[in-house]
Design a protein around this ligand. Structure first.
Ligand code: C2E
Ligand code: CA
Ligand code: CA
Ligand code: CA
Length: 273
């Protein structure tokens, strides 16, 4: 038994060390990837339930590594945040999303929004609004076709600064959506002091339709509407999910039931012009 215990300990120590080594390797790779531009944005459509039309696309970052293949954002975004590389990566994501959306418009596609995820570090950087203004100027995209997504957790820290920054975005004409709503324990009443355009119901509430979750989704939709906010549900995977959201008069939907995130060149054939 003692032997076994020791082995387990060694296995544990070994895997801990491996884990650290792996993280460090990944960090080095992340630096290189930024230099070599090994990132690409994929786009997932969002639909208006009243008109059945696409209202926009969420831009989601993908890392294509020569040896490791596609590395999902859940693995590299937290690392990029920890190391500060998210600032450079985040700038690229905003620029690339705006550039791509303007290109689609120039090619005659109906004008839709592109949504970009922002991390807390990016948002707390002083010149964020100026950077976004500059990117809009440079790409020629009109501000109403850009939406930024911030998370509920971000909105709960640094309240004053966040509200002030959101007011600047409002003045600029950029849309703001609150991502992953329902996971951060804040109330919509509290959030009503934030200048937001849209609430994104976290997909965990859509995917597990327990009695409790159904009640939560209903109340989020009702309260959002009372506060003049649009509501989008993410993680819509089945027809049943869709029916439920239609009944509850959710405004927009996004999820695998309609489409996975797709590369930019696949978007063209996706919208009927
Ligand atoms: P998120 O912002 O909540 O993005 C939605 C995630 O849900 C995406 O995962 C998307 O592929 C996935 N998804 C969409 N529909 C469905 C569905 O019907 N079922 C299920 N199970 N999943 C669905 P993805 O692309 O792997 O991104 C994961 C997270 O990584 C994102 O969550 C976001 O927090 C972060 N992320 C991705 N790109 C960026 C970026 O450019 N910047 C920052 N800061 N974060 C990013
Ligand atoms: Ca998002
Ligand atoms: Ca989300
Ligand atoms: Ca998220």
């Amino acid at each position: 038994i003692k032997e076994e215990g020791r082995n387990e300990y060694q296995v544990f120590r070994h895997s801990l060390k491996e884990g650290v080594k792996e993280q460090m390797q990944l960090e080095t790779e992340l630096h290189k990837a930024l230099q070599h531009q090994d990132f690409e944005l994929f786009f997932q459509p969002q639909y208006d339930l009243k008109t059945n039309r696409i209202t926009g696309f969420e831009a989601l970052c993908r890392w294509f590594h020569d040896d490791l293949g596609v590395i999902p954002p859940d693995r590299f975004i937290p690392l990029a945040e920890k190391t500060g590389l998210i600032l450079e990566l985040g700038d690229w994501v905003i620029y690339e999303a705006c550039r791509q959306n303007k290109l689609w418009q120039d090619q005659g596609m109906p004008k839709v929004k592109v949504s970009v995820n922002l991390s807390a570090k990016q948002f707390l950087r002083r010149q964020l609004v100026d950077r976004v203004r500059h990117i809009l100027d440079e790409t020629g995209l009109e501000p109403q076709y850009l939406e930024i997504e911030i998370t509920e957790t971000m909105a709960m820290s640094n309240e004053r600064y966040i509200i002030d920054t959101l007011h600047q975005f409002e003045k600029l004409g950029v849309q703001v959506a609150l991502d992953d709503f329902g996971t951060g324990y804040s109330s919509l009443q509290y959030l009503s002091q934030f200048p937001l355009n849209k609430i994104k119901i976290d997909r965990s509430f859509i995917q597990n339709q327990s009695k409790q979750n159904v009640a939560i989704v209903k109340s989020i939709i009702h309260l959002s509407h009372a506060l003049n906010l649009k509501v989008i549900a993410e993680g819509v995977e089945t027809e049943d999910d869709l029916k439920f959201l239609l009944t509850e008069q959710c405004d927009e939907v996004q999820g695998f039931y309609f489409s996975k995130p797709i590369p930019a060149q696949s978007v063209q054939g996706f919208i009927d012009v």
